[in-house]
Design a protein around this ligand. Structure first.
Ligand code: C5P
Length: 299
């Protein structure tokens, strides 16, 4: 019998996040260009008497360890669909910033799903796993597939994208997280009374990804949630400015924030930007990572 299964799952940055008006179900239609980056959480699934979650790493005191944890919900959902009991211990080793706008919770859900699927030999198809991911959250399907993809709908309907080379990123981790629903509510408040256009992927951005051209990508990076994140967390402006002053090609808030992302020309420039950001005192921690990265992978 299998002792345990460990799955590694990447973080993401949104190189374009075009947000439409709120839908009747409360979600927003998106044109969401996801890029997986090489910062990873690991989820280990081990047979146990009952469902149990433990975690180690930075800020894990801020994640719930009960059945509200998205990884626990993933295990319960998979078990329920296959008529089995979720008798599993999930251990999460966190390296993705918690509540940071880098899909850490979604990564843990995708990781738990894949790990339990392997542990229980459910024989679920890739499409079934993707459908379960979409039930768990808008970003979870992308955490499973990784690479780069355009997400439509609320972000869960994925079309894979071609990436022609490695992009070098620096991420500045802020103090404390931001709640994604709160950032979307702030987006609604800021755009109230305006005509919010239907979200569309920018063809120049897709071309820049395909060519692997960092300068071209830097020119078109766009996040419609950025004004809302900055409104809730005004100190992020200083972080963005510090990274740009240090030579980043471009700076933006990652997803709903508060992590900020800086695109660098090459690996050496990324290290310089990281050092300058840390020295600026405008963030708590910096991370350097390349993209694209592989999706959820059984180790
Ligand atoms: O899908 P997920 O559970 O990750 O979404 C968390 C929250 O983010 C939703 O409850 C909603 O408030 C907001 N959201 C949204 N539109 C999306 C995705 C998320 O309004 N496309």
């Amino acid at each position: 019998m299998t002792e345990s299964v460990t799955v590694r799952v990447p973080a993401k940055v949104n190189v374009q996040l075009a947000v439409g008006a709120a839908r009747p179900d409360g979600f927003h239609d998106l044109a969401n260009v996801f890029l997986a980056v090489g910062l990873y959480d690991e989820v280990t699934a081990t047979p146990a008497d009952t469902l149990r979650v433990t975690a180690e790493g930075h800020d894990v005191d801020q994640i719930p360890l009960d059945r509200t944890n998205l990884a626990a919900r993933a295990a319960e959902l998979l078990a329920a669909r296959h008529g089995i009991e979720p008798r599993v211990h999930l251990h999460i080793t966190k390296d993705i910033p918690v509540a940071g706008g880098m899909a850490g919770g979604s990564a843990d859900a995708a990781g738990a799903l894949l790990a339990c699927d392997a542990l229980w030999s459910t024989g679920a198809s890739r499409d079934e796993l993707l459908a379960l991911c979409a039930e768990l959250g808008s970003d979870v399907p992308f955490s499973l597939v990784g690479g780069a993809a355009l997400g439509r709908g609320r972000g869960e309907l994925l079309t894979p994208l071609t990436v022609g080379g490695a992009f070098h990123w620096v991420f500045a981790v802020a103090d404390g997280g931001l709640s994604t629903p709160a950032v979307y509510r702030e987006f609604d408040r800021l755009t109230a009374g305006t005509d919010v256009p239907a979200p569309e992927a920018d063809p120049r951005l897709l071309a820049a990804l395909e060519s692997g051209d960092a300068t071209a990508l830097a020119a078109v990076l766009a996040n419609d949630l950025q004004p809302a994140a900055l409104s809730l967390r005004p100190t992020l402006t200083a972080t963005l400015e510090a990274g740009t002053a240090a030579g980043a090609l471009a700076a933006l808030v990652s997803g709903s924030g508060p992590t900020t992302a800086f695109l660098a020309k090459n690996a050496e420039a990324a290290r310089e930007v990281a050092a300058a950001l840390l020295a600026s005192g405008t963030c708590r921690q910096v991370r350097v990572a390349d993209s694209p990265a592989e999706g959820a992978t059984v180790l």
